[in-house]
Design a binder for this molecule. Structure first.
Ligand code: SF4
Length: 227
C-alpha cells in the first residue's frame, strides 16, 4: 500500500466508523477564532460556557470585544480557565485584526463584521506567518483559525495527531509540530474540507480510543492499520 493510500484508507476507516464530525462548532469566523484561543489547555465544555457568556453580552464581534476592558473580557471568559492569560491573548488577536483591517480591509468597519473580512481571500502561508507573530498564538491555534475559521487548506496538528502517527509508525517520537504537519500534508491532497474532517476524526479517535495510557486498540477503527 502506498503511503498516500495508507493515509486516505485510515481517513475512510475513521469516517465510516464515526460519520462526519461537523467541525468546528461556531457560527462565525470570529467565534471560531475566539474558540481556538479559549480551547488552549481546557475542555470544549468549558469553552462553551465562556462562549455562552460572550454571546449573552453581545461580545462576538471584534469591535464589541475591543470596546471592553481586558479585565471585563477576562471575567466574561472565566469558565474557560487561565482566563487572565487568555484575555491577554484575545486582546493581542484583536489588535492584530485591527491592524490587518487597516492594511488589507476597510479599517474600523471590518471590525463589526464577525466574518473577519480583513482575513478572507488571503494567501494561507503569508497569513500564517503574520498570525504566528501574535503573542499567545502558537502553530496549533494559528492553524485552527486558518482551517476552521477561514477555510484555508492548512493541516492542524495536536497531541492526538502525534500519538496516533507515532503508534502507527508514520512519524518518529521526536517529530515536532511542523514535521508532523508536513507528513500529513505531503500524503494528502491539498483540500481544506479533507483537512478539516481528518483532524476532527483524529481527535475523536484519540479521545475515545488512543488514550495516552492503555490505548483501546481492540475495538478502534484504526486497529486494522497496526503492523
Ligand atoms: S487506539 Fe490503537 S488502533 Fe487506535 S489509533 Fe491508537 S494505536 Fe491505533
Amino acid at each position: 500500500m502506498s503511503r498516500a493510500n495508507r493515509f486516505m484508507d485510515m481517513y475512510q476507516a475513521m469516517l465510516a466508523a464515526l460519520g462526519p464530525s461537523g467541525w468546528w462548532p461556531g457560527e462565525t469566523s470570529f467565534e471560531v477564532a475566539v474558540g481556538a484561543v479559549l480551547t488552549q489547555n481546557t475542555s470544549w465544555a468549558n469553552v462553551e460556557k465562556a462562549m455562552a457568556t460572550l454571546r449573552a453580552h453581545d461580545l462576538l464581534t471584534p469591535a464589541a470585544m475591543l470596546d471592553i476592558s481586558e479585565a471585563a473580557l477576562a471575567e466574561a471568559i472565566r469558565p474557560a480557565g487561565y482566563y487572565r492569560i487568555k484575555a491577554g491573548r484575545l486582546a493581542n488577536l484583536l489588535r492584530f485584526l485591527r491592524a490587518e483591517a487597516e492594511e488589507f480591509g476597510h479599517g474600523e468597519a471590518d471590525l463589526h463584521d464577525p466574518a473577519l473580512p480583513m482575513l478572507q481571500g488571503r494567501n494561507a502561508r503569508e497569513l500564517r506567518e503574520r498570525l504566528l507573530t501574535v503573542r499567545g498564538i502558537g502553530p496549533e491555534t494559528a492553524d485552527s483559525i486558518l482551517l476552521y475559521a477561514l477555510g484555508l487548506p492548512i493541516f492542524v496538528v495536536d497531541a492526538y495527531t502525534a500519538r496516533i502517527a507515532l503508534r502507527h509508525g508514520l512519524a518518529f517520537e521526536d517529530a515536532g509540530y511542523h514535521e508532523l504537519q508536513e507528513i500529513f500534508t505531503d500524503a494528502l491532497p491539498e483540500d481544506a474540507a479533507l483537512f478539516n474532517e481528518y483532524h476532527a476524526l483524529l481527535v475523536r479517535v484519540g479521545h475515545e480510543w488512543c488514550r495516552k495510557k492503555e490505548p483501546r486498540c481492540r475495538d478502534c477503527p484504526l486497529a486494522i492499520f497496526l503492523d
